[in-house]
Design a protein around this ligand. Structure first.
Ligand code: NAD
Length: 422
């Protein structure tokens, strides 16, 4: 059992803290958000993330998981301090390290001798050195341990990762960090900090590339009359390609891919390499959103001005409440700017939002709608009462931005359904 401080209790930090406590460690999670910490201490989970509630309740009950305000309070008695703070995009596309530097500065003076600082945030190459400089402590080692969890299955991904990556100049520190994961069956890659930091960016860039690739193939499918779903099956059974991350849609979003792809382009350019391939991936993603918005406008008869557009799904993907860089929100914004009256429904969104009416269920979003647009792949949209939707809508057009619906069932009721790449 080790004493771990987790700095930042967002999607990554809360999952990390709850899972480490589940593995038997003594964990103190810190945040600057006083309200969030109060809610967590009451056992209330501020995010939608499957399984986190059970692990937090288990940790609070056992006393192995505590929540405090302020990084220094958490770090004063730890052996390991995990940095899980944001690394947002700066104006020039690079990762903004100010949260990392601030958090590191807050704990530098209070960390016990020989503590290890572990960077779990996604940070550019060289950030381990940045944290070391901020620490200014020869006895404190800084290790990179990037996180690969997916929102929506974060607990599962943390406890059953495809691999654990540890980057350290100091072998002993690397082994100590690796030992925290005893009981987690996964290949362990121990490398230098620069390689660990690059692995994280390269992984996200590759996944974004797969999605942009399939969206580009979907555009070709539309042009030549092929069905992208069949094409994906045909290529995905090839073990060298695989089925994962080959689902066409309105483009990738979320808190990671947009900033991490741009950060990698910037890192490459700062070091003299023009990462044209990745720039193309980003361009295809921007175009994909425009293509989906254009489909909605076409389905509305060439203009959405003054028309009701029903939007199902606002989060950037299903099984999370994360709205950051959501393609759906970008589409809503574009439609509202063209005069559309957007009626949106998302199972995780209840508060009012600008540019749309937030509805209580999928049906009320469809009342009087000229077009229904499916923007997030929430399972409940597959199982709606189609008759009821048809009777509520003013128009007969659906744009299925996720290829989620049973197209023939909708067509049997007289609806025209346009998907992606088919
Ligand atoms: N969200 C993901 O799916 C995911 C997956 C892998 C890696 N990452 C990376 O992990 C990092 C964190 O991402 P996230 O999605 O968990 O972010 P988040 O915004 O959900 O959470 C960050 C938390 O850190 C807190 N914080 C900021 N400064 C602090 C400080 N000085 N002391 C204590 N708390 C502080 C914030 O209040 C917030 O609660 C980012 O670098 C991200 O790129 C995210």
């Amino acid at each position: 059992m080790s004493r771990i401080a987790v700095i930042g209790t967002g999607y990554v930090g809360l999952t990390t803290g709850a899972c480490f406590a589940h593995l038997g460690h003594d964990v103190v999670c810190a945040d600057i958000d006083v309200d969030k910490i109060a809610r967590l201490n009451d056992g209330e989970i501020p995010i939608v993330e499957a399984g986190v509630d059970k692990l937090v309740a288990e940790g609070l009950r056992s006393g192995r998981l505590r929540f405090v305000v302020g990084a220094a309070t958490a770090a004063a008695d730890c052996e390991f301090a995990y940095l899980c703070v944001p690394t947002p995009q700066s104006d020039d596309g690079s990762a903004d390290l100010s949260f990392i530097e601030t958090a590191a500065g807050e704990i530098a003076g209070v960390l016990p001798t020989e503590a290890i600082v572990v960077n779990k945030s996604t940070v550019p190459v060289g950030s381990t050195k940045v944290v070391e400089r901020v620490m200014g402590r020869a006895d404190v080692k800084v290790v990179s341990n990037p996180e690969f969890l997916r929102e929506g299955s974060a607990v599962h991904d943390f406890l059953h990762p495809d691999r654990i990556v540890i980057g350290a100049d100091d072998q002993a520190a690397a082994i100590k960090v690796a030992s925290l994961y005893l009981g987690v069956p996964a290949p362990l890659i121990v490398t230098d900090p620069a390689s660990a930091e690059t692995i994280k960016y390269a992984a996200n860039a590759f996944l974004a590339t797969k999605i942009s690739f399939v969206n580009a193939v979907a555009a070709v499918c539309e042009a030549v009359g092929a069905d992208v779903n069949h094409v994906v099956l045909g290529i995905g059974y090839d073990k060298r390609i695989g089925q994962d991350f080959l689902k066409p849609g309105p483009g990738w979003g979320g808190s990671c891919f947009p900033k991490d792809t741009r950060a990698l382009v910037k890192i490459a350019s700062d070091h003299g390499y023009d990462f044209d391939l990745l720039k193309g991936v980003i361009t295809v993603n921007d175009q994909q959103l425009q293509r989906v918005v254009a489909k909605i406008v076409r389905a509305a008869g060439g203009s959405v001005d003054g028309k009701v557009i029903a939007v199902w799904g606002l989060t950037f993907k299903a099984r999370t409440d994360d709205l950051r860089e959501s393609p759906s929100l970008a589409a809503v914004e574009a439609l509202a700017a063209m005069g559309a009256k957007v009626q949106a429904y998302d199972p995780t969104v209840t508060a009012p939002r600008d540019g749309m009416t937030v509805c209580n269920d999928a049906y009320s979003a469809c009342e009087g709608a000229a077009v229904l647009a499916v923007m997030t792949e929430w399972d409940e949209f597959r199982w709606v009462d189609i008759d009821k939707v048809v009777s509520l809508m003013a128009g007969a057009n659906v744009v299925d931005g996720r290829n989620l619906l049973d197209r023939s069932a909708w067509q049997r009721l007289g609806m025209s359904v346009e998907g992606i790449g088919r």
